[in-house]
Design a protein around this ligand. Structure first.
Ligand code: ADP
Ligand code: MG
Length: 673
């Protein structure tokens, strides 16, 4: 077996089982080793009912008392039962939409129940737990297990098993870092890191393994940038744009005055596009700083010059919102932009029509999700590509586009503040504009961190805001979509039920989550945007970019389950208009790291400050519960989160380049094996 062996050679993977692996992009043994777990789960040490920590996952062993109750309510089923632990303390166990589980819950049988726990008065309730036989749990108690992203016909366990078959191959790798260096940077050796990322002994080892592999990732990326001359030099633009009056006309028609920072940024973009070189520019501006209008000006410039532009958003919801905002402005101000929307979930016919309009040039602005641009979109004259709220592009994107035969101006818009040096690593030779000024009309958001005893007050506050004509977001944590925790979906439903119960029928409540169909999502979002819903209960699908200026209250439930920058993004959904806005972070977490995180958010609204604090606060022990939004992400590394490693790469690059000799870009094969 070698790194480049086909995965069919791995024991247990045959002709047919190889298929789902290939769909995940795993073709060789090397791919398999490089297929890192998406998250990890820690199998907690068993606790007694009286010691459970609320709001967190607990493992409680107990004996089932009596037979389960099965209830139906509005096409949902609930299965309830009680257990008693060693001390005789009772705990209620609830399952949603799992009617079949009732058969398993036999009176007097003993299980370890593992799940999130809430207190309801004196009672302790565990929702949707996973169940283990005692002996089974003995084997995994206290360990950390990998969870892989899966696709149809392959489970995470199957991937774990296949990975474990080939990990010993990594023993053949010689590390090029010295033991002193490993120590100093808190890295594992390379072979150890490759093993431990899949099968970590403990959190400390996982931390070091991850750091090491992130270093590898950044190093090969940096190497690619440094050695690729194409990205180092400015690319001439054979057909520079001309200044057009349309752009000024748009500015003058807007109901508000652009901020100085917006004006400056637009000016820089126009200079790029008329200057004889292709633009490669990053626009950084905190949430709510008004990046969309900047994008629109660029698209207008492009359209008025007879070319096509594309605007890519990271989510369907955001793509639709951009489309509607832009379409609305085109109609209102009579712009020469003819936009089309292109998303994965569109009906086939609409998609065909959109593709045709792009191909024959009838449409001159195409707005959609990233995924689509990787497929077969043919443009007639693409000259500008804008990516919103997503960072993986830059150099890579340009290369991808060039392969398609287009070499456009590139503009990346991001709310994630990263220092300039890091931006240079991520985007290669990029110019940066910073929108460091919020529109004048904004009042700073008022924050509070509260526990669930504040609920009554919160509901009366919501009622008051709604009576004043404002709107409210309520966010519930999005846990694992694919695995056991998927009661998040019910969480949204539950929260909505509770709100309706408390606030009465006159309050219009809508629900939004990732498992809804695209058009349904669009419909609900539209209703909220048009003011036909007072409250939107949602998962993080609304995290980036969504713009409803009339919404003034952001309530985040289980706030401890989100990362700092994610919380900042969520909070950025309010405070977008003239009215005072509020962010209520609700959490019953007792865990110190979580409390610290929420405190940071409570104290500042400044994205840069938060990003800095975020970096300082990370360390071992910060496992899966907190995930960043996935922006800026490489395979493992996150440029914001791992900025110290990023900088280390620039520091060590020259030395390592000499030490390693000839480096080839790739995952493993550029090392001496
Ligand atoms: P983001 O930078 O987060 O993408 P948006 O572009 O969505 O922000 O803008 C947020 C809101 O602020 C929008 O409703 C937009 O119309 C409004 N806006 C943008 N620029 C200004 C400005 N100069 N003055 C007042 N409001 C503005
Ligand atoms: Mg935006």
């Amino acid at each position: 077996m070698r790194f480049d062996s086909d995965i069919k050679e791995v024991k247990g993977i045959g002709e047919k089982t190889a298929e789902p692996f290939r769909r995940l992009g795993i073709n060789t043994v090397e791919d398999l080793i490089g297929y890192y777990p998406r998250i990890y789960e820690k199998f907690e040490i068993r606790t007694a009912v009286r010691d459970v920590i609320e709001g967190e996952r607990n493992a409680v062993e107990g004996r089932i008392v009596g037979s389960p109750k099965v209830m139906r309510f509005k096409n949902k089923t609930f299965v309830n039962t009680y257990i008693r632990d060693r001390n005789g303390d009772p705990m209620e166990i609830r399952f949603y939409n799992m009617p079949y589980i009732a058969k398993t819950l036999k009176n007097d049988s003993i299980y370890v129940f593992r799940g999130f726990v809430r207190r309801k008065g004196a009672a302790v309730v565990m929702n949707q737990p996973r169940m283990y036989k005692s002996a089974e749990y003995d084997l995994i108690e206290g360990t950390i297990g990998p969870i892989y992203s899966v696709t149809k016909d392959v489970t995470s366990a199957k991937i774990a098993k296949s990975v474990s078959q080939v990990l010993s191959l990594t023993d053949r790798i010689d590390d090029y870092l010295t033991d002193e260096e490993l120590d100093k940077y808190e890295f594992c050796s390379l072979p150890k890191a490759m093993k431990a990322i899949h099968i970590p002994k403990d959190e400390q080892e996982l931390y070091r393994a991850r750091r090491r592999l992130v270093f590898e990732e950044f190093l090969s990326f940096y190497h690619m940038i440094r050695s690729d001359e194409k990205t180092g030099v400015r690319r001439p633009d054979p057909e520079p744009f001309f200044e057009v009056s349309e752009c000024n006309r748009l500015k003058e028609s807007l109901p508000f005055k652009l901020t100085g920072a917006q004006e400056r940024t637009i000016g820089e973009i126009f200079n790029d596009m008329t200057g004889g070189f292709l633009m490669n520019r990053l626009v950084q501006g905190d949430v709510g700083s008004g990046k969309t209008i900047v994008a629109l000006e660029a698209l207008l410039m492009c359209a008025a010059n007879g070319c096509q532009g594309a605007l890519m958003a990271p989510t369907e919801v955001l793509a639709v919102q951009h489309f509607e905002t832009i379409k609305g402005m085109c109609d209102k101000y009579g712009l020469c932009i003819k936009p089309v929307l292109l998303t994965g979930k569109m009906p086939a016919k609409a998609k065909r029509e959109a593709l045709a309009a792009i191909k024959n040039g009838e449409a001159n602005v195409c707005i959609g999700t990233h995924a689509l641009f990787q497929e077969a979109v043919e443009f007639s004259k693409l000259k500008l590509v804008i990516t919103d709220e997503q960072h993986r592009f830059g150099v890579n994107q340009r290369e991808e586009l060039m392969k398609k035969g287009v070499d456009p101006h590139i503009l990346v818009m991001s709310a994630t503040p990263i220092p300039r040096t890091l931006a240079l690593i991520v985007y290669g030779n990029v110019d940066i504009s910073v929108i460091d000024e919020l529109p004048k009309n904004r009042l700073p958001i008022l924050n509070c961190v509260v526990d669930s005893s504040y609920k009554d007050k919160m509901y009366s506050f919501m009622t008051k805001q709604i009576a004043e004509g404002h709107q409210v977001y309520v966010i519930c944590p999005m846990i694992d979509e694919s695995e056991q925790d998927n009661f998040n979906l019910i969480n949204v439903g539950d929260a909505a039920e509770e709100i309706k119960e408390r606030l009465g029928d006159s309050v219009r409540v809508g629900i939004l989550h990732g498992k809804m169909k695209g058009d349904e999502k669009t419909r609900i979002m539209g209703q909220f945007k048009d003011g036909n819903l007072d409250i939107l209960v949602s998962t993080t699908v609304i995290e980036v970019g969504v713009d409803v200026p009339n919404a003034t209250v952001m309530v985040i439930l289980n706030a401890e389950r989100f990362g700092l920058s994610q919380l900042h993004q969520l909070r950025g959904r309010v405070g977008r208009g003239d009215a005072q806005s509020y962010c209520i972070l609700m959490s019953d977490a007792k865990n110190e790291a979580a409390i610290k995180r929420l405190k940071v958010l409570n104290e500042t609204n400044d994205g840069f400050e938060i990003a800095r604090k975020d970096m300082q606060q990370r360390g071992p022990g910060d496992l899966s519960g907190v995930r960043q939004s996935g922006e800026l992400s490489f395979g493992l590394g996150d440029v914001a989160e791992d900025s110290d490693i990023c900088l280390l790469v620039t520091d060590l690059y020259e030395i390592l380049r000499k030490r390693i000799g000839h480096m080839k870009v790739g995952k493993i094969d550029f090392r001496t094996i």
